[in-house]
Design a protein around this ligand. Structure first.
Ligand SMILES: *[C@@H]1O[C@H](CO)[C@@H](O)[C@H](O)[C@H]1NC(C)=O
Ligand SMILES: *[C@@H]1O[C@H](CO)[C@@H](O)[C@H](O)[C@H]1NC(C)=O
Length: 316
């Protein structure tokens, strides 16, 4: 007994290290229509705090319906997010105000700079070419590199369609896809946001005619049966995540809707102060960088344990 303890001792600290080093766990990517997100909303402290709780869960949040041309609401939000973290952990990339007339919205990407890095970005141009002006709010496309994971490179395409034009705009995301391939030859692309892809704005029949749906390389990760609306009286899968890329698909763990009414214990009225949409989100596989060595260590430990037990077992 005494001898065995002595021999096992050197393993202990190494194994302890394996257990203690935090795993670089799933990368969570979220898309959230924040319904007129601007200075008015963040001025209410309790709403700001709830928004922080929702966004800090995600390595990348793709925010839509942001109305903050001066960036004051966003800087307030970033300040609150970073209060609980190291300085400037959360950073943001913001699109210019997008819209046909005086009504505009911005896409905002908030990301954890210790986990991912924004590397490239551009606004899809459907208004300065011969092609017709399809999008009210052209995708502002951002490319990310992901640290320490199987998946290193990921392109995100945000979309908030105009409800009446939902099917045309979703279909035109296929042209955006072709444009991204020409520019970057990207292997992994996510289209995400409030597509208005349900109920009266997009029938299931119409959906089957869309190039972004018909082409089997695109995977719609949020089902038609999902409900991304906060109101109990509505049941529509407006918000979607569509994935392109084999490497990306092999890394998808789960996708779904984040019901903050339930998760944060709110009433419907309280929840509606945040937004009338729930975020949709996707978990990508993470990997503990020590996993291979820890597995080896655990195996050696097991072998030595078994062989020692074996030695002590009387042989008849
Ligand atoms: C719908 O699309 C058409 C054609 O691009 C455009 O003229 C119209 O303004 C769009 N509707 C809205 C509400 O943006
Ligand atoms: C969200 O949670 C609330 C509270 O539990 C529930 O009443 C509501 O039906 C849920 N909504 C969805 C879309 O799951």
């Amino acid at each position: 007994m005494h001898r065995r303890q002595k021999e096992m001792a050197p393993w202990a600290p190494a194994l302890l290290l394996c257990v203690m080093v935090p795993c670089v766990c799933a990368t969570k990517i979220c898309a959230f229509n924040m319904q007129h997100f601007g200075e008015k909303k963040v001025a209410k402290e309790h709403i700001l705090n709830l928004i922080v709780k929702i966004i800090q869960r995600c390595e990348i949040s793709v925010l839509q319906e942001v109305q903050d041309p001066k960036g004051l609401a966003l800087s307030r939000l970033l300040q609150s997010l970073n209060k609980a973290h190291k300085k400037d952990t959360f950073m943001a990339v913001t699109s210019p105000p997008l819209g046909r007339k005086s009504y505009t919205e911005q896409y905002v990407f908030i990301y954890r700079s210790d986990k991912v890095q924004a590397t490239q970005q551009y606004k899809y141009a459907d208004d300065d070419s011969d092609a017709p002006d399809v999008f009210a709010r052209e995708p502002y496309i951002v490319r990310f590199s992901v640290f320490g994971k199987g998946l290193r490179d990921l392109v995100l395409v945000p979309m908030h369609t105009v409800p009446e034009n939902a099917s045309r705009e979703i279909d035109a995301l296929y042209d955006v896809f072709l444009d991204i391939m020409v520019r970057w030859d990207a292997k992994n692309i996510l289209f995400l946001g409030d597509f208005n892809a349900a109920c009266s704005y997009l029938s299931r029949k119409k959906k089957r005619t869309l190039r972004l749906y018909k082409d089997e390389r695109f995977h719609w990760l949020i089902d038609d049966s999902a409900d991304t609306t906060v109101r109990g009286s509505t049941n529509c899968a407006y918000d979607r995540i569509v994935a392109y890329g084999e490497q990306l698909m092999t890394n998808v763990q789960t996708a779904g809707v984040y019901n903050f009414t339930k998760e944060l214990g709110l009433s419907e009225i309280q929840a509606l102060e945040i937004s009338d949409h729930y975020p949709v989100e996707l978990d990508l596989n993470g990997q503990n960088p020590l996993l291979p060595s820890c597995t080896l260590l655990a195996l050696s430990f097991l072998v030595s344990f078994i062989s020692q037990t074996w030695e002590k077992t009387p042989i008849y």
